[in-house]
Design a protein around this ligand. Structure first.
Ligand SMILES: Cc1ncc(COP(=O)(O)O)c(C=O)c1O
Length: 384
């Protein structure tokens, strides 16, 4: 299994609880205070304690930024108002004419941002199967954007192999680490330049906050992203930072349960006659199993499957579970079920990233495994 970074000499679980959040110097509070002040007193013009105006920086955000950077083994961490705001700020490192090469399976909103926001104003883009080492990459590629495991097909991309190729072209490698989380995978260790997260998912972990994150080592790139973070202002509120920080403290515990429950669910799906194909990187029949084993610590809590008989039956199924709630999003304590072609990936319809309408995606929560298996089983049985 892949290695986690061990910054500061502390283990991952210790950093999740303590990194960036020593007891408050003024009061001894063991929880980093939610600092709501929008402005900070200056002793003289330009002389202050590190904070001037809360969009540029505030203590609650700084605590979160230090913590996530530590978990990713990164020098720099930047928090944003959403995952897409984080992505937008990273894409702004490019200049018109620079090509974005996007893996051919990705969150529909990422595709929409690249194809419908950046594309029309002069940023060429293409999609490619990043598992295929024989396919040519356009020579004007300046940024390779990948998810691993991908949303929703759970394809696993060899980060090191992509980074080697991209760097030969002079392109940056951005890894969306939302599905794996820093607990299961640290892309910078494998040669990625920038990591992005939708903190709305496993980092927050409780379906009660929208947020995004960027982590990286390069000082110059970090300075440019921090400039845009302040200049364009897509920053999270202090309360949102607190919620993400609170969620992160239990990330390791939650992820262990997500992974174990996903295994139980996947093993049932593999055997069920109403299921044509089960996609979970932990199955040794999964094409990305070896890559996942090499670069991840465990296989994650997301499971997708193709329902035998096509779209109509897939749509019927997602309406028949009781514990799995029919809803978009993922990565929180409660289990969710969704139909990507109509829901999370509707914005990719008709594109190279369009999703099989017989596909169902599960975000397996931390409930009792047997209850989750029974719930899905009764819904699947009702189709046969
Ligand atoms: C893999 C992935 N990346 C990015 C995002 C976008 O994040 P947000 O919804 O926080 O803007 C999502 C949202 O579902 C996602 O699944």
């Amino acid at each position: 299994m892949g290695e986690r970074s061990a910054e500061e000499g502390w283990g991952f679980e210790t950093r999740a609880v303590h990194a960036g959040q020593p007891p408050d110097a003024a009061t001894g509070a063991v929880v980093a205070p939610i600092s709501l002040s929008t402005t900070f007193a200056q002793e003289a013009v330009g002389e202050h304690k590190g904070y001037e105006y809360a969009r540029s920086g505030n203590p609650t955000r700084a605590a979160l930024e230090a913590c996530v950077a530590s978990l990713e083994g990164a020098t720099h961490g930047l928090a944003f108002a959403s995952g897409l705001a984080a992505e937008d700020n990273v894409l702004r490192l490019l200049a018109p004419g620079d090509r974005i090469l996007l893996g051919n399976d990705a969150y529909g909103g990422t595709y929409r941002l690249i194809a419908r926001v950046f594309g029309p104003v002069g940023y060429p883009w293409s999609t490619v199967d990043l598992t295929d080492r024989t396919v040519e990459w356009p020579p004007d590629t300046r940024m390779v954007w990948l998810e691993t495991p991908t949303n929703p097909l759970l394809t696993c991309i060899d980060i090191e192999a992509v980074a080697t190729r991209a760097h030969e072209l002079g392109a940056l490698v951005v890894v969306d680490n939302t599905f794996a989380t820093p607990y299961l995978q640290n892309p910078l260790v494998h040669g990625a330049d920038i990591v992005v997260h939708s903190a709305t998912k496993y980092l927050g972990g409780h379906s009660d906050v929208v947020g995004g994150f960027v982590a990286l080592d390069d000082d110059n790139l970090a300075e440019r992203i921090r400039f845009t973070q302040n200049a364009a202002g897509a920053v999270p509120s202090p309360f949102d930072c607190y919620l993400v920080q609170r969620g992160i403290k239990t990330l390791p515990l939650r992820m262990d349960r997500h992974c174990a429950n996903a295994r139980a669910v996947a093993e049932m799906l593999v055997e069920h006659p109403a299921v044509e194909r089960t996609l979970w990187p932990g199955l040794d029949t999964h094409p990305g199993h070896d890559v996942a084993k090499r670069q991840m610590h465990d296989f994650g809590g997301m499971v997708s499957f193709v329902v035998r008989g096509g779209e109509e039956r897939a749509v019927a199924l997602v309406e028949r579970t009781e514990l799995f709630t029919l809803a978009e999003s993922l990565g929180a304590v409660e289990s969710l079920i969704e139909h990507p072609a109509h829901m999370t990936h509707a914005s990719a319809a008709g594109s190279p990233l369009a999703v099989d309408p017989a596909l169902v995606r599960l975000s397996v929560g931390i409930e009792t495994a047997a209850d989750l298996v029974a719930d899905l089983q009764q819904a699947l049985d009702s189709l046969t």
